[in-house]
Design a protein. Sequence first.
Length: 122
Amino acid sequence: MERLKNPQEFSVVYKQGKPHFGKYVVVSVLPIDRSVSRVGFAVGKKVGNAVTRNKIKRRLRAIMQSQAGHVSPGFDIIIGAKQKSVTASFKELEDDLCRVLKYSGLVALGRSESTKVGEEHA
């Protein structure tokens, strides 16, 4: 999975992509003709100071890194943090992002569902 960094690429995803809303995040998705998916993170100044914004970005990157193998290729994805994400724990943020990714059709099985399948067969 690659990163979106160019402001023009962000603008294209925001204008042409479809947003999916969660409690703590907004995931904008745009199908592209590539063999990999690209992801970008947007945390606005309304969320908090630089320390707070960077903490949320680190958490979102860590969650996406753990989900990278499950994300379908061929999409540009922007994950935006809502103001509520400041008060969320890592687990709450992870659950919300995984749920929104699954709802948007980017992930076939979420993190929690994949562990439940293994437990049922044990």
